[in-house]
Design a protein around this ligand. Structure first.
Ligand code: ARG
Length: 587
């Protein structure tokens, strides 16, 4: 299978130009090929943009070339012959336009149909990565910000996994820190005989608030709470047990959300890295990075007004010291090459600062294009209809489970209105409502550029027209039904029938299908899931145009066109899968 995987289409074109540039340009001027899809499809499919840049390098230095255009000509002439390319032309100051061979596009799609879409997996220069995402804080309600982190992080992990990267999906939960002294002391008060029952503290958020109130109003309680932190950190049995109980109740709550969303995560919370903090700080200290400032131990970062505090004035560790230790652990124990952190943009400063510290310590290379690499994936707020932070009347934050329930029940109602209540079994109805409802919530989040705020709106995300998961899932189901209704055995057709792209709309669709690999590659290297959403939406538009203008069932081209339908469905399904959306096959 690995032999089959030749990299994305763009990579294959780049390889051809790489060879041509080697022949065209003197060795000391060696450049990477700069390849982009043509702005105007009238001129071709891809263009090579190197001529202008090369001209500015050789101009006035006794070159044989007399301008960028002759350089372009030479690049074109030196292209090795390849079945991928049908024709080339030069435009403007030396752009080399490439038109792909129709037969080759058709052949590549057919090969994917036979061998599976895994052969289109992008090739990335790394083997192992951490995606640090979701990461709620124990005893505090998981809020919509954590939902965004969960959805975005899961997609990034899926795209990397598809690209054959071993992904460590890490839930960096906030399970350590001074608030636990207060929580434990309150737990002792509520359950003096030590028998904690879940139901009684089922609402951990309320429990947190009540204990906080005790802490703020009763000095004796406060003192006990502060001592409790010391006992917990000293490993005293009774305190460890209480801490574990609190974590476990929280954990059960958020596992319910992950289960619904179909998200897999491995919890390695802040507490896990606690034993590694002294060693990590010692290393930084030896390099002279840590200084004393107003009783705290800090790292000064150039260009920042405030230093990064790594040991508080009371001697305790904090969020930053934990993150430094976790980074050390991931680099040295887990040997990962890329660490991706998914949180709201509000935490950008924190990440910038500790990444800079790690670079100064030589843990990470100074250049951002080298591995090992650490990246912060920041995202904007979820807003309500009123333009303010999204919340409901009853609680300050929105309970995630309620939100998913509502999406599902609205979808179910819509399906029943379409008459599916009589047609389908209850189970089918339920499963479809879930796939569409949860898919809609995810897609509404992922389709925006993650750095912008987005407004949570059920009516919009559940609309069956426009750029929504509902529309896309139905489009996919319709393709499946075209194939089903043809009565043909598609598995058989794949092997014996030939795919031909004769009509211009077939050609456009076929080309778009082939751009799947480079799209996933771009989405995961730039950490932008919206790039894949846009691709998926355009794919369904290209399909609609094809289907409107080209008769499938009953036409002379029926078998070829059914193969094109199948290829579209396969690629759409892979997009859904990468976005964490369950496809539906019937509507
Ligand atoms: N628990 C944090 C929060 O809710 C997010 C943790 C992100 N990961 C990290 N390694 N800092 O804001």
């Amino acid at each position: 299978l690995d032999q089959e995987n030749v990299g994305s289409l763009k990579q294959q074109i780049a390889k051809l130009f790489e060879e041509s540039l080697r022949l065209t340009v003197p060795e000391e001027l060696a450049v990477e090929p700069s390849i982009a899809p043509c702005q105007n499809p009238k001129f071709g499919d891809y263009q090579c943009n190197n001529a202008m840049g090369l001209w500015s390098k050789v101009k006035g230095k006794g070159t044989q070339f007399r301008g960028p255009q002759p350089i372009g000509q030479a690049i074109m002439k030196n292209l090795p012959s390849s079945e991928i390319i049908d024709s080339c032309s030069i435009a403007g100051p030396g752009f080399v336009n490439v038109v792909l061979s129709q037969q080759w596009i058709a052949k590549s799609i057919q090969r994917m149909l036979v061998n599976g879409i895994e052969i289109w997996a992008p090739k990335l220069p790394i083997k192992r990565a951490v995606v640090d995402f979701s990461s709620p804080n124990i005893a505090k309600e998981m809020h919509v910000g954590h939902l965004r982190s969960t959805i975005i992080g899961d997609t990034l992990a899926r795209m990397l996994e598809y690209s054959n990267v071993n992904v460590l999906r890490r839930n960096h939960v906030g399970d350590w820190g001074t608030q636990f002294g207060m929580l434990i002391e309150y737990l002792f008060e509520m359950f003096p005989n030590g028998e904690v029952n879940d139901q009684a503290i089922g609402d951990l958020e309320a429990f947190y608030k009540a204990s906080k109130q005790r802490f703020d109003s009763d000095p004796a309680f406060k003192e006990r709470a502060q001592k409790a932190v010391v006992s917990l950190q000293g490993g005293e049995e009774r305190y460890r047990t209480a801490w574990k109980q609190i974590c476990e109740i929280s954990r059960r709550g958020y596992n319910r959300v992950y289960e619904r969303l179909g998200v897999e995560l491995e919890e390695k919370g802040e507490s896990f890295y606690n034993p590694y903090i002294p060693g990590a700080l010692e290393l930084l200290s030896k390099q002279g990075l840590i200084e004393e400032s107003e009783g705290a131990r800090v790292i000064f970062i150039e260009g920042k007004n405030i230093p990064l505090i790594v040991v508080k004035r009371d001697g305790g560790y904090n969020y930053a010291s934990t993150d430094l230790a976790a980074l050390w652990y991931r680099l040295n124990e887990e040997k990962v090459e890329w660490i991706i952190y998914v949180t709201d943009v509000g935490q950008r400063e924190h990440f910038e600062m500790f990444f800079t510290a790690a670079k100064r310590a030589g843990w990470l290379p100074a250049e951002d294009n080298k591995y090992p690499k650490a990246s912060h994936v920041g995202f904007g707020l979820v807003l309500g209809e009123d333009g303010k932070r999204f919340r409901t009347r009853s609680t300050e934050t929105v309970k995630l489970v309620d939100l998913l329930d509502e999406a599902k029940s609205r979808c179910k109602t819509a399906l029943i209105q379409r008459g599916k209540g009589e047609e389908w079994t209850d189970e089918e109805l339920d499963r479809t409502a879930e796939a569409v409802g949860y898919g809609a919530v995810k897609y509404a989040d992922l389709k925006n550029n993650r750095t912008t705020n987005y407004t949570f709106n059920f009516d919009q995300m559940l609309n069956d027209k426009g750029n929504t998961a509902v529309y896309l899932l139905y489009a996919h189901a319709r393709i499946c039904s075209i194939i089903r209704k043809s009565g043909k055995d598609i598995e058989e057709l794949k092997k014996v029938e030939k795919l031909v792209l004769a009509h211009p709309d077939e050609r456009v669709l076929g080309f778009h299908l082939l751009q799947f690999a480079e799209t996933v590659e771009e989405a995961c290297t730039n950490l932008l899931p919206n790039v894949l959403c846009e691709y998926l939406y355009n794919l369904s538009e290209d399909f609609t145009r094809f289907y409107t203008n080209c008769q499938v069932v009953g036409s002379a081209e029926e078998t070829s066109r059914l193969l094109l339908c199948e290829a579209t469905a396969v690629v759409m399904r892979k997009c859904f899968h990468l976005l964490g959306i369950t496809p539906v096959y019937k509507i």
